[in-house]
Design a protein around this ligand. Structure first.
Ligand code: NAP
Length: 526
């Protein structure tokens, strides 16, 4: 399958003009071909095709959607070594990481297929008519979840597959019955096109109308801006930087008809190390933390960027062990020049803040996108006085916050902004004495981690990958795990309708778990 540099719009390959080329971050060389920049007309055609699928309710059969998700996984697997080769060229990611991410992407698609088949997302609630109720009769009421409509999907550069064109956002939108218009990421447009072709083929394989999926490429903000502003778009799923997510959230809020932007942005993912844990597991924690910060050259939204410790007799050995584990390794290659520059700028800005000192920097490397690790430190008072120190440093950098006592941890937690994760290293006894810390962290983060590290997000039913603003735009939702599809469903109540006009799951006698007249029942009997 060759990469043509085209848009994939409702089953068609659409050529166009543009200057975008992917750049190999290892060699710094441009890759063929040149990719077209989507025009306003391209965007309009893609969104209207998606809207037509939605309005005709062509995607309302859950079994067909499950088959679509499975077909997408099969088609992505069938891309074989071509996608890995192109992915490695465009991102510099090692083969094992890229292939592992492909496995995760296909697992996500299949997870949503099984959720759609089982049907719990439909949450049917039925209150049968009470014609003799006094003082007024109760009508027959049936509540179910319906697809919200066309979803615009923006992926991030650091997960070209799992948070990309066929990532969790597309999988969960499709699972909910929503057509998708994806915006390709300009750092890996070839991967986007290959995956887009696989999705287009999957749509055809299972007989969906072609408007179920489109891919628009482009390197200017105009494409994303116009897509979000198009009146046919009903929701936006975004994974990426805070600046990008908030810009699109503002645009969507200011539309004549505002829509939700589910923006999953980054965070500093603080790690609190309590004294007993430090005393008993100092080296293990230092090595684990260093590995977590270095993983993927620090390019994970769950990378632990803030480490809070007590400046006691163990602190100096911990500093040494952490800096040794973190900064003695050779530099890694970052995903693209913009990310590398962003990392350097973020570290330099942190160094200018009052009270921040550099403990050590790793070797800078000499590739075009090379970046070495950085370990910085700051005292408690300086940290809590300066919210700018909490900004995500997207790369292999960490800031040690040194407190005078564990009680000061509470103040650190209190001033924290919203986070994707917060981690505590403690003995169980310390944990029971530090309940106020847990209460504060529960208020600040979407996922709490005990005696482990935040990188590595399990894709399952119990995962919450989201957090209070500004980690995401709405802490009630997750972008990872089966609950991600709830973002694209909305409740509709049918009052007094005859059985034949109701959605299947709300009909009398339909099978599955339903709440009927105040009781959960395995198969309906109303
Ligand atoms: P990014 O630069 O924000 O790009 C993401 C996408 O949004 C791209 O397609 C980009 O297109 C578009 N975009 C960004 N700003 C825009 C604007 N103002 N108007 C229109 N479109 C815009 O993010 P990234 O650098 O690829 O990803 C790294 C970031 O993602 C990190 O901060 C990381 O923490 C975060 N991340 C979060 C999660 C999570 O689940 N929470 C997961 C992975 C990554 P253009 O480049 O064409 O503008």
């Amino acid at each position: 399958m060759s990469i043509q540099g085209v848009h994939l719009i409702a089953g068609e390959e659409i050529e166009g003009e543009g200057t975008l080329r992917a750049i190999n971050p290892v060699s710094g060389l441009e890759l063929e071909p040149t990719f077209a920049e989507a025009t306003a007309e391209n965007i309009d055609v893609a969104v209207l095709a998606a809207l037509s699928v939605h309005e005709s309710r062509s995607a309302s059969d859950p079994e067909q959607r499950a088959r679509l998700l499975e077909a997408a996984a099969e088609r992505i697997e069938a891309l074989g070594s071509e996608i890995t080769a192109r992915g490695m060229q465009e991102t510099g990611l090692p083969q094992a990481r890229f292939e592992g991410e492909r496995g995760r992407t296909c697992h996500q698609l299949r997870l949503f297929a099984s959720v759609v088949r089982e049907g719990p997302f439909q949450k049917p609630v039925i209150e049968t008519a009470l014609p003799d109720r006094q003082p007024i009769p109760r009508p027959d009421l049936r509540l179910g979840m319906r697809a919200i409509g066309p979803v615009a999907v923006f992926g991030a550069c650091n997960f070209p597959l799992a948070f990309g064109v066929a990532g969790g956002d597309t999988a969960s939108a499709w699972a909910a019955g929503c057509p998708v218009v994806a915006k390709g990421h300009p750092a890996h447009p070839g991967v986007c096109e290959l995956v887009g072709r696989a999705l287009q083929d999957a749509v055809r394989d299972v007989g969906f109308p072609a408007g179920m999926f489109s891919l628009l490429q482009g390197e200017s903000f105009d494409v994303g801006t116009q897509l979000v502003q198009h009146p046919g778009i009903r929701a936006v799923a975004f994974t990426g930087s805070r600046a990008g997510g908030i810009a699109l959230w503002r645009l969507a809020r200011d539309r004549e008809v505002p829509v939700d932007v589910f923006a999953e942005m980054g965070s500093a993912n603080p790690v609190f190390v309590l004294p007993e844990a430090m005393q008993t597991r100092r080296q293990e924690i230092a090595e684990g933390l260093a590995a977590s910060v270095r993983l993927g050259v620090g390019q994970f939204c769950t990378c632990p960027g803030i480490v809070v410790i007590v400046s006691d007799e163990n602190a100096s050995a911990f500093r040494d062990e952490l800096s040794q584990s973190l900064c003695s390794e050779p530099a890694g290659t970052m995903l693209h020049l913009g990310i590398q520059q962003g990392y350097r700028d973020a570290v330099e800005q942190l160094v200018t803040r009052g009270g921040v000192e550099v403990i050590e920097r790793g070797p800078p490397g000499d590739g075009s996108c090379a970046a070495g690790a950085s370990l910085l430190r700051v005292d408690f008072a300086s940290f809590i006085a300066d919210p700018a120190m909490q900004s995500e440093v997207f790369g292999p950098g960490a800031l040690l916050v040194e407190c005078n006592s564990p009680e000061e941890f509470l103040e650190v937690a209190r001033v924290l902004e919203g986070q994707l994760t917060a981690t505590v290293h403690a003995s169980e006894e310390e944990l029971s004495q530090m309940k106020p810390l847990l209460h504060l962290l529960e208020d600040r983060a979407g996922r709490l981690v005990f005696n482990s590290f935040p990188t590595g997000v399990e894709v399952g039913e119990a995962m919450q990958h989201g957090g209070p603003w500004p980690a995401t735009t709405d802490s009630r939702w997750t972008s990872v795990g089966s609950a991600a599809m709830d973002r694209f469903l909305r409740p509709v109540c049918w009052q007094g309708f005859p059985d034949g006009a109701l959605p299947d799951e709300l009909r009398t006698g339909a099978s599955g778990m339903r709440r009927i007249d105040g009781h959960w029942q395995e198969s309906g009997n109303s």
